[in-house]
Design a protein around this ligand. Structure first.
Ligand SMILES: [Zn+2]
Length: 430
């Protein structure tokens, strides 16, 4: 594990000197600050449109709002449709053609976890904070991205740059198969030197953070078949141990043998008995069984999160070995779902994070340190980690993302836009 590298980065960020912003960079900051009221108005406009992932009309409508903004900044936009049977809205892509400096991909998403049936108010402002559907995850970040570009445009700094933007329409419930849903993003990433993602900026231990390493996220299903027989014969070679003991053995062995840093595997649900059922659609199941009958069926579902491909391969192999070592009379199989790939820490990622930290400090906005990958879930940036140097968490700061209490610190929009504008400016100079 590369814990020491993350610690080194934190130290680097905290000891960076307060260099002056250049004259164009100062104009950038002024341009962002001057637009702050309109930035909030743009956020409100986008948040007042419900865009739960399955509300494809709403997702498209939010896309149309941002599309207008980006076209006004000189970006060519296009809407990428997904296959109809995927039941997802598709994605907004915007491109600024050029060849100056590094090629950059910027990521946002249009959808939220709040479907049309949500009782959460769309927009509810209280002083310097606002609550609402997706204010922080991640329409606040989308607005930061747009306002940073607007500031760059206002000083002529977009001229000649090569910037692609992708606002996905299904970040919160990715279309299946993921390989199709994320193919356009991967294609863009293959042409990019850097990918900046504007998911929420996590304020942790009193300091703003960014993510240059994120853990994979995927699921697994354990299925066990036992020999149904009279309970009096349990533990014998002939009748065996039954499906439930075998399932319990496997899960306990995972816990006893596999726990290590940056690895988690949570068991979310189990059903066991003579007959069981489980539905992925409803996340609900049933079980029938009697105490004097050895259990025939057992099913467990869990998740799996790891930091590097090597860690994932090793752990999944061990899980399969444990599963295969069955008790008498039982047979178990373990299958893994398609997963968000991990984004392991890299030297290039750390240099990019150091540039973000320096931009922040130069702009008088304090340090930005790398967030411990254990402290955040999975996100879109991970799909491109293998092709480009990525960083996430450049978005707005709030609390309660995905809950009824999701809110946003309004001032974090200006802060985020200043940081992003200065960083993009520096990355795109020749
Ligand atoms: Zn998000």
């Amino acid at each position: 594990m590369k814990r020491h590298l993350l610690a080194a980065l934190a130290l680097l960020a905290s000891t960076a000197t307060h260099a002056q912003l250049s004259e164009p960079e100062q104009r950038l900051v002024a341009a962002v600050k001057q637009r702050s009221p309109q930035a909030l108005a743009l956020l409100e406009k986008s948040v007042r449109i419900n865009s739960g992932t399955l509300n494809t009309e709403g997702v498209r409508a939010v896309g149309a709002v941002f599309r207008d903004e980006l076209e006004a900044l000189g970006f060519k936009t296009r809407w990428i449709e997904m296959p109809a049977d995927m039941h997802r809205a598709g994605h907004l892509v915007a491109t600024h053609a050029g060849s100056r400096g590094k090629r950059i991909l910027l990521l946002g998403h249009l959808d939220t976890v709040f479907e049309k049936t949500s009782a959460v108010a769309l927009w509810d402002r209280h002083g310097d904070r606002v609550r609402g559907q997706g204010v922080n995850d991640m329409k606040g970040g989308d607005v930061i991205l747009i306002e940073a570009l607007r500031a760059l445009k206002s000083i002529g700094a977009l001229d000649g740059t090569r910037i692609d933007i992708m606002f996905t329409g299904d970040e919160e419930r990715t279309g299946v198969p993921q390989s199709v849903a994320r193919a356009p993003m991967v294609a863009l990433a293959k042409q990019a030197d850097y990918t900046l993602s504007f998911e929420g900026c996590v304020h942790h231990d009193g300091v703003d953070t960014a993510s240059i390493a994120r853990r994979s996220s995927g699921g697994w299903t354990l299925q066990v078949e036992g020999r149904p027989a009279h309970s009096a014969g349990v533990f014998t070679e002939k009748s065996g141990y039954g499906a439930i003991y075998e399932g319990a053995r496997i899960l306990n062995a995972f816990r006893e043998q596999l726990i290590e840093p940056y690895l988690t595997f949570n068991v979310g649900v189990v059903v066991g008995g003579t007959d069981v059922s489980y539905s992925d659609a409803t996340a609900a199941g049933t079980a029938y069984g009697k105490t004097n009958v050895i259990a025939r069926d057992f099913r467990a579902k869990g998740d799996l999160r790891f930091l590097t491909p090597e860690q994932g391969e090793r752990v999944m192999r061990r899980m399969q070995e444990i599963t295969a070592a069955s008790l008498p009379g039982a047979k178990a199989t373990l299958s893994f779902d398609e997963a968000y790939p991990p984004m392991p820490p890299t030297e290039a990622g750390q240099r990019l994070a150091a540039q973000l930290a320096k931009a922040s400090q130069d702009a008088g906005l304090g340090p930005v340190v790398a967030l411990d990958p254990a402290l955040r879930g999975a996100g879109d940036v991970q799909f491109v980690a293998a092709y480009t140097t990525g960083i996430d968490g450049l978005g707005a700061t709030g609390s309660g993302a995905h809950t009824d209490d999701e809110d946003l610190e309004i001032a974090s929009i200006e802060r985020g836009a200043v940081r992003a504008a200065v960083l993009i400016y520096r990355l795109t100079r020749p």
